[in-house]
Design a protein around this ligand. Structure first.
Ligand code: AMP
Ligand code: GLY
Length: 416
């Protein structure tokens, strides 16, 4: 029986652990650092996701057969490089390949070089030049992207010159971001969606399409969050459009990364937009999306160990099989999120939920389940179509009780 180490502590990692726990080949799962939900399926190990040497030492000592890396911070810290060098199969890109997410400029240059459709852009390291360009362009909103991992805070859609000026000062002059560059690009309009694929070098295996809900309140109002819910499949993208995006975006980028000497070995996440001029790239991520993974991965029928191991090592893999079902997932978040919130509030009734509850930020103390983050639980239900899955998830979610949690009541509204 195989031993697997999963790195990370959110809902995405719970989905990965859940899927691995269903594999007949897997005997033991470790998760570093994990959370209270993951602890029901895996042995949680108190090592942070960026403590590269400690993770490697643990993997060696416990003779793990495979390591699966969740968060971009771990990839960017070089976890996959160190494991690969030590000869341990690892699902996750090298630090060099993670640039597709970690550097907006790298991603934009790659797309320009290989003709991948995306918004026109220019990049700047100097505040005066950047603001001069914004003034000369005079087109608003202006999209300003900090060139580095900024935990979801690196993109500002500036509505006027004043906002653009403040943002550029923050990003290029102030201390808030660290000295980097800013990409300034055209504002695109259309429906955003997520297209994830398993990639090993030239080989690309698409996952079902999904859509995230970034704003905190119903009707897509309020500030951006890490994502308040997700669903699959998407009625507004045809099979032809999906095939086109796979061939002209994901496959082209996989091939381009090999050509650039930075081959992919993990997930390529395309944040795409269907515009009136066709499908374009908003961003790439070098990892599973969160919360998209929580609705997509449970639909995988193929053995998860076989899939992750084949992507890690490059061994032959047949097409991946997916259950043709709709899934809706609703995030329960701490009151106040994405601003300040309290932790440590008791949650009851999770076991009564008929469906799947994946933990995003929880801990257990003296048998009690407590909130331990901004996004706390992801409640998931399946159905024959999106409407049924949505009805089911909202019917069941009322069984979960916590005085400090809230959730959006309209997840999947674009599909209905
Ligand atoms: P990113 O971190 O690149 O995904 O950007 C965060 C969000 O900003 C995206 O999900 C979009 O909603 C929005 N966004 C980014 N780039 C653009 C663009 N060029 N045009 C319109 N919206 C954008
Ligand atoms: N759901 C958006 C992301 O994972 O970046």
């Amino acid at each position: 029986m195989k031993k697997v180490l999963v790195i990370g502590s959110g809902g995405r990692e719970h989905a990965i652990v859940y899927q691995l726990s269903r594999s007949k080949q897997v005997g033991q799962i470790f998760c570093a650092p994990g959370n209270a939900g993951i602890a029901q399926l895996a042995e949680c190990v108190a090592i942070k996701d960026t403590e590269v040497e400690a993770l490697l030492a643990f993997a060696k000592e416990n003779e793990v057969d495979l390591c699966v890396v969740g968060p971009e911070a771990a990839l960017n810290a070089g976890v996959a490089d160190v494991f690969r060098e030590a000869g341990i199969p690892v699902f996750g890109h090298s630090k060099a390949a993670t640039q597709i997410e970690a550097s907006k400029e790298f991603a934009k240059e790659l797309m320009a070089k290989y003709n991948v459709p995306t918004a026109a852009y220019r990049s700047f390291a100097n505040y005066e030049e950047a603001i001069a360009y914004v003034r000369e362009r005079k087109t608003y909103p202006a999209v300003l992207k900090y060139d580095g991992l900024a935990a979801g805070k690196g993109v500002v859609i500036a509505q006027d010159e004043k906002e653009a000026d403040e943002t550029l000062r923050d990003m290029l002059v102030g201390e808030a971001f660290g000295k980097g560059k800013v990409v300034i690009e055209d504002f695109l309009q259309g429906s955003e969606f997520s297209f994830m694929a398993f990639v090993h070098h030239h080989r690309v295996y698409p996952m079902p399409l999904s859509q995230d809900h970034k704003r905190v309140f119903d009707g897509d109002k309020g500030p951006n969050t890490g994502g308040m819910g997700a669903y699959t499949p998407l009625p507004f993208i045809s099979a032809e459009e999906e095939k086109w995006a796979q061939e002209h975006i994901l496959q082209v980028v996989a091939d381009a990364m090999v050509a650039e000497g930075k081959p992919l070995t993990g997930v390529l996440y395309g944040g795409l937009m269907k515009t009136k001029d066709g499908i374009k790239v908003i961003e790439f991520n070098a990892r599973f999306g969160d919360p998209e993974t929580e609705v997509v991965l449970p639909l995988m029928e193929s053995d998860a160990y076989t899939v992750f191991h084949a992507i890690a090592t490059g061994e032959a893999l047949e097409a991946i099989a997916w259950r043709k079902q709709a899934t809706v997932g609703v995030v329960m978040a701490s009151c106040g999120y994405p601003g300040a919130y309290t932790k440590g509030v008791e949650i009851n009734g999770v076991e009564d939920f008929d469906g799947l509850v994946l933990h995003m930020g929880t801990k257990r103390q003296e048998e009690k389940l407590l909130t331990n983050g901004g996004r706390v639980l992801m409640c998931i239900a399946h159905g024959e179509d999106v409407r049924h899955a949505q009805q089911k998830v909202y019917q069941e979610i009322d069984k979960i009780h916590c005085t400090n949690l809230f959730y959006r009541k309209d997840i999947a509204h674009w599909a209905l």
